[in-house]
Design a protein around this ligand. Structure first.
Ligand code: RFL
Ligand code: PHB
Length: 397
C-alpha cells in the first residue's frame, strides 16, 4: 500500500469487513495480492452481530487453509445429522450415511469473523473502520477508485479491482447501472425471532420443526449456549416478546418430548430477521465484483447464507490470484457464471426448505401437499439424500 496525504493505492479494494470481505482479504494476502478493506462500522459493532451458525465442509476447509481453523477445530462441533420435526414426529437426516461421510461444522459466524480479524491483524492487513459515505467510481474503466470519509476528511483509494462485500444494503450493487441490473426477489410474509441463551441446548443436533403454529428451530453455539428461533409475522416487534412468551411459543411448536426437555433461561440477545430470497445479476460489472449478501440473499432455513458467501470468495480469490500470478483472466471472465450456478442451487434449496416448514396463509390444498412432501421425506431414502447433499453443501465446481 502506498500512502499519500489522503490518497492510497492498492490492488483490490474490498468494501465491507463481514465474513466475505475478511476471508477474501486473507486469501488474497496469503497469495501476495494487496488489499485494503473499508468498513462502515466499528470493529466492536461487526463483532456484536449474531448471525449464522452452520459451516459447510468447503468453508471449514477454506478457513483451515487460510490459517484460521484452529479455534474452530477446537471449539466447533462436527454434526453428522439433523432432525426434521413436524408436530409429534421426529425424522433424523443422517448426513454422513446419506452423503458418503460428509458433515457440517457448528461454529458461529461471529467467531469466524473474530478469528479472521485476528489473522488479518497478525499479517498486518489494512482494515479501515468507520469509513463513511463509501462511493465507487469508474468501475467500468481500467482505473476504478473508491472514496470515503473518515474523521471529517475525504479519502481516495485507487485500485485495480473492487470487491463489493458490503452486504445487502451496501453501495456496491447500486454502482451497477439500473438498466444493466436484473433482480430476482421473493419476500416472505414472515421473519425469524431469534434468541441466544446461556442454557444447555435441548438437543445435540439441530431440530427444524414445521408446526401448524409456525416454524421453530433449535440450534446451538456450544454445550452451554443455545440459539433458538420461531417464525413471526414480518411486521412483528421484538419488544412484544418477553423471554417467557418466547419460551412458551417455542415449546408449543416442538414435539412434546423435546419441549419437556427444554431448559429455559434469560436471553442474552434477541432480534428479528426478515426472510428474503434475492439474486442480482450480473455479479460483475467492469472491474467490480459482488460477493456474498451484496449479490444474493437466501432465507436462513437451509443455513446457506454464509456458506454461499464463502463459495463466492473461493471463486473470486482464485480468479484474482490467477490474474496476478499468471496474467490469466479466465477466472475473472467466468466468476459471475460460476458463482451464480451454485447460488441458484442454494436459492432453490433454501426456498424449498422454507416453503416446506413454514406456515403460510395458504389454501387447504397446499397444506395437504406439504404434508405429502413430509410423508415422502420420511419414507424415501432418495428424498432424504437430496436434503442431506444440499445441506452439507454442493461441490464448489
Ligand atoms: P455481511 O455479513 O452483511 O457483511 C457486510 C459488511 O459490509 C459492511 N457495509 C459497509 N461497509 C462500508 N461501506 C458501506 N456503505 C457498507 N455497508 C455495509 C457491513 O457493516 C458489514 O460489516 O455480508 P457478507 O460478508 O457477505 O456475509 C454474509 C453473511 O453475513 C450472511 O449471508 C448470513 O449471516 C445470513 N444470515 C444467516 N445465515 C445463515 O446461514 N444462518 C443464519 O442464522 C443467519 N442469520 C443472517 C442472519 C443475516 C442477517 N442480516 C444480514 C440481516 C441474521 C441476520 C440479522
Ligand atoms: C443458527 O444457529 O443460527 C442457525 C442454524 C441453522 C440455520 C439457521 C441459523 O438454518
Amino acid at each position: 500500500m502506498h500512502e499519500g496525504r489522503h490518497c492510497v493505492k492498492t490492488q483490490v479494494a474490498i468494501i465491507g469487513a463481514g465474513p466475505s470481505g475478511l476471508l477474501l482479504s486473507q486469501r488474497l494476502h496469503l497469495a501476495g495480492v494487496e488489499t485494503v478493506v473499508l468498513e462502515r462500522h466499528s470493529r466492536d459493532h461487526v463483532l456484536s452481530r449474531i448471525r449464522a451458525g452452520v459451516l459447510e465442509q468447503g468453508l471449514a476447509d477454506m478457513l483451515r487453509a487460510a490459517g484460521v481453523g484452529d479455534r474452530m477445530d477446537a471449539e466447533g462441533e462436527i454434526h453428522d445429522g439433523c432432525e426434521i420435526a413436524f408436530e409429534d414426529n421426529r425424522l433424523r437426516i443422517d448426513f454422513a450415511e446419506l452423503t458418503g461421510g460428509k458433515t457440517v461444522m457448528v461454529y458461529g459466524q461471529t467467531e469466524v469473523t473474530r478469528d479472521l480479524y485476528k489473522a488479518r491483524d497478525a499479517m498486518g492487513g489494512t482494515i479501515i473502520h468507520n469509513a463513511e459515505n463509501v462511493a465507487l467510481h469508474d468501475v467500468d474503466s481500467d482505473s476504478p477508485y473508491v472514496t470515503y470519509e473518515k474523521d471529517g476528511e475525504t479519502h481516495r483509494l485507487d485500485c485495480e479491482f473492487i470487491a463489493g462485500c458490503d452486504g445487502f444494503h451496501g453501495p456496491s450493487r447500486k454502482a451497477i447501472p439500473a438498466d444493466r441490473l436484473k433482480v430476482f426477489e421473493k419476500v416472505y410474509p414472515f421473519g425469524w425471532l431469534g434468541i441466544l441463551s446461556e442454557t444447555p441446548p435441548v438437543s445435540e443436533e439441530l431440530i427444524y420443526s414445521g408446526h401448524p403454529r409456525g416454524f421453530a428451530l433449535c440450534s446451538l453455539r456450544s454445550r452451554v449456549l443455545s440459539r433458538y428461533y420461531v417464525q413471526v409475522p414480518a411486521d412483528e416487534k421484538v419488544d412484544n416478546w418477553s423471554d417467557d412468551r418466547f419460551w412458551e411459543e417455542l415449546k408449543s411448536r416442538l414435539p412434546s418430548d423435546v419441549a419437556a426437555d427444554l431448559v429455559t433461561g434469560p436471553s442474552i440477545e434477541k432480534s428479528i430477521a426478515p426472510l428474503r430470497s434475492f439474486v442480482a445479476e450480473p455479479l460483475r460489472y467492469g472491474r467490480m465484483f459482488l460477493v456474498g449478501d451484496a449479490g444474493h440473499i437466501v432465507p436462513p432455513t437451509g443455513a446457506k447464507g454464509l456458506n454461499l458467501a464463502a463459495s463466492d470468495v473461493f471463486y473470486l480469490s482464485n480468479a484474482l490470484i490467477d490474474y496476478y500470478r499468471a496474467d490469466d483472466e479466465t477466472g475473472i471472465e467466468h466468476y459471475a457464471e460460476k458463482a451464480l450456478r451454485r447460488i441458484w442451487l442454494a436459492e432453490r434449496f433454501s426456498w424449498w426448505m422454507t416453503t416446506l416448514l413454514h406456515k403460510f396463509d395458504e389454501e387447504a390444498f397446499d397444506v395437504r401437499v406439504k404434508r405429502a412432501e413430509l410423508d415422502h421425506l420420511v419414507h424415501s431414502r432418495a428424498a432424504q439424500t437430496a436434503l442431506a447433499e444440499n445441506y452439507v453443501g454442493l461441490p464448489y465446481d
